[in-house]
Design a binder for this molecule. Structure first.
Ligand code: TXA
Ligand code: MG
Length: 306
């Protein structure tokens, strides 16, 4: 594929397609953060066996404040390091702008303003938040050149922006700011010393950080117990169906489409949970393609995996 224009990239995002987006850290595989089907395409293209929460890329601090809730320390960090390789994990403000699947159902959202002019142009032209994990296939190194990014996930995109070599070359630093406590979740180009110069000593990172990136212990868990591989609802249970032939109001995909099931997963888990059922019984989900990540997520919801 020859490199696309920023306009073509913005149109592709608006159409729910994927776009290769250069950033100053690594190339990202970008999608409209508010569109769960587009976000499901990201996981499909990466071949990710899990739904990890993604970073929402926005144009500036104003746009970030529409997505997340900023306290004093978060704002100081943003003012010190944006645009640049720092990601802030904050309470979500508007859960529609960055959909449930993009947040893996969490009530927090990761947000950053990239330091690459082309990325900001793309986001500005598109006009919304853009989620983008590194553009590699799962388990492979993050691409830092246009050619490498094309090799990894070029097959899945409708547009690809050439932004030359990524100046930083490693992923952004990820910190959470919660009740005024700043925690380092993933080290990156913005160092602990850089952060402490702005907000003072960081809090102990705790278990979640040790598992980041990727293997986050924190995840959305429904209040109701979850029963997997169920052919129907038992007494008092809500049924999360998959495929045709169920009267349940909670159907992950009446047509049996895994992309649609991924897009609906967190929303329907929540909706089923809100009916305060004795348990949420879940239909068997095929294991191929996106089914692997869906099943992983369901196992976590059922308490089988930390
Ligand atoms: O430099 C980067 O950050 C690149 C470019 C493309 O921007 N993106 C990137 O995305 O590295 P990804 O998906 O590979 O890594 C996102 C990291 C993961 O470690 C994830 O666990 C963490 O951010 N993260 C996202 N949302 C989170 C949340 N709500 N709570 C805790 N960690 C979160
Ligand atoms: Mg990555």
């Amino acid at each position: 594929m020859t490199p696309s224009s920023v306009e073509a990239g913005a149109r592709a995002l608006a159409a729910g397609e994927l776009v290769l987006m250069p950033t100053e850290t690594v190339y990202g595989l970008a999608a409209d953060a508010s569109n769960p089907i587009a976000v499901a395409r990201i996981f499909e293209a990466k071949g990710r066996p899990r739904f990890n929460p993604l970073i929402a890329h926005v144009e500036d601090l104003d746009a970030a404040e529409r997505v997340a809730v900023f306290g004093d320390k978060a704002r100081r960090l943003a003012e010190a390091f944006w645009p640049g390789p720092l990601t802030l994990v904050l309470p979500v403000r508007d859960p529609q702008r960055v959909c449930d699947l993009a947040r893996a159902g969490l009530s927090t959202v990761a947000v950053r303003v990239p330091g690459h002019a082309k990325a900001r142009e793309l986001i500005g032209r598109f006009g919304g938040a853009v989620v983008a994990p590194s553009a590699n296939r799962s388990g492979r190194p993050s691409p830092t050149t246009f050619a490498d990014a094309m090799d990894e996930t070029g097959f899945a995109v409708a547009a690809a922006l050439d932004g030359n070599h990524c100046a930083v070359g490693i992923e952004s630093t990820v910190v959470s700011v919660n009740d005024g406590e700043v925690r380092l979740l993933r080290p990156g180009a913005v160092t602990r010393q850089d952060l402490e110069a702005v907000v003072g000593p960081l809090a102990e990172a705790g278990d979640d950080a040790k598992r980041s990136p990727g293997r986050l212990a924190l995840h959305y868990a429904p209040d109701a117990p979850v029963r997997l591989e169920a052919d129907g609802a038992g007494e008092g249970e809500a049924y999360l169906a998959f495929g045709a032939g169920s009267a349940s109001p909670f159907n992950l995909s009446p047509s049996g489409d895994l992309r649609e099931a991924a897009a609906n997963l967190f929303r329907l888990l929540r909706e089923a949970d809100r009916t305060k059922p004795a348990a949420i019984a879940v239909a068997p989900i095929p294991r191929e393609g996106l089914g692997e990540a869906i099943n992983d997520r369901l196992k976590r919801a059922a308490g089988y995996v930390g």
